[in-house]
Design a protein around this ligand. Sequence first.
Ligand SMILES: [Zn+2]
Length: 280
Amino acid sequence: MSYILLTVDVEDWFQVENLRSHFPFNSWDSCEFRVEDNTHVLLDLLDDFHISATFFVLGWIAERCPGLVKEIKTRGHEVASHGYGHQLCYELSSSELKKDLYRSKSLLEDIIGQPVHGYRAPSFSITRELVDLLKEFGYRYDSSYNDFSMHSRYGKMNSIQQHFPNARLNRENSFTELPISNLKLGGKSIPWGGGGYFRLCPFWLFKQGVVRILQQQEYYLFYCHPWEFDPDQPRVDGMRIDRRFRHYVNLAETSERMNSFLTSFSQHEFITCSRFLNLA
Ligand SMILES: [Zn+2]
């Protein structure tokens, strides 16, 4: 049996890393708030397919929309943490990172009344220090490792990869890494886990890649964001052209593509990260 771990990073359109220079943290409260409506689009779609997913909710959003967090839980999904302020982990000092990890976890736990097991770093900004701190704060798994993103941004995170060669191998331990699933071809990693690549790649090709990944490992882990289901979100001028393309490409088709994805793989079991790891 192979599993599909569908994950959602719950943040609003103005909180993505590529827009940080346009919308600094202290401007967020003045931005148009669209995350609740967009998350509902996704929740309704998942309901249609009776599928459970894992929602990594940003603490800043949870603070403003506790009802949405509760709803995610009551509609059968897992609530996990996407940190509090969406700053890249390696740009925070140790004490700032600790504060962010603690604040986001306790905030979500107060809302849902249950322990939060999972964490995903903003923009996959995983470091060794982060992993150690996650353990210290009682998280049971992390889903921030994206080997494609590491190549392009970082390059020197091999120690993480060696530490977590395979999620299954680490399931016996008290802490597990669940990496984003990418396609391995000729020793190279091709981004296949979601985001702009999911919206850009022709669906028939995307589907073939997922089939191949499921032949290579026991699960496929996919990520998306509520703002990707919102073609009417405000457009921002002055973005670098490659980032602009990646952010806005095919937004009007995301719902339809997701529908095709869920239909095409309906014979597989869609499962939350915690249930996959036997934590819930
Ligand atoms: Zn994010």
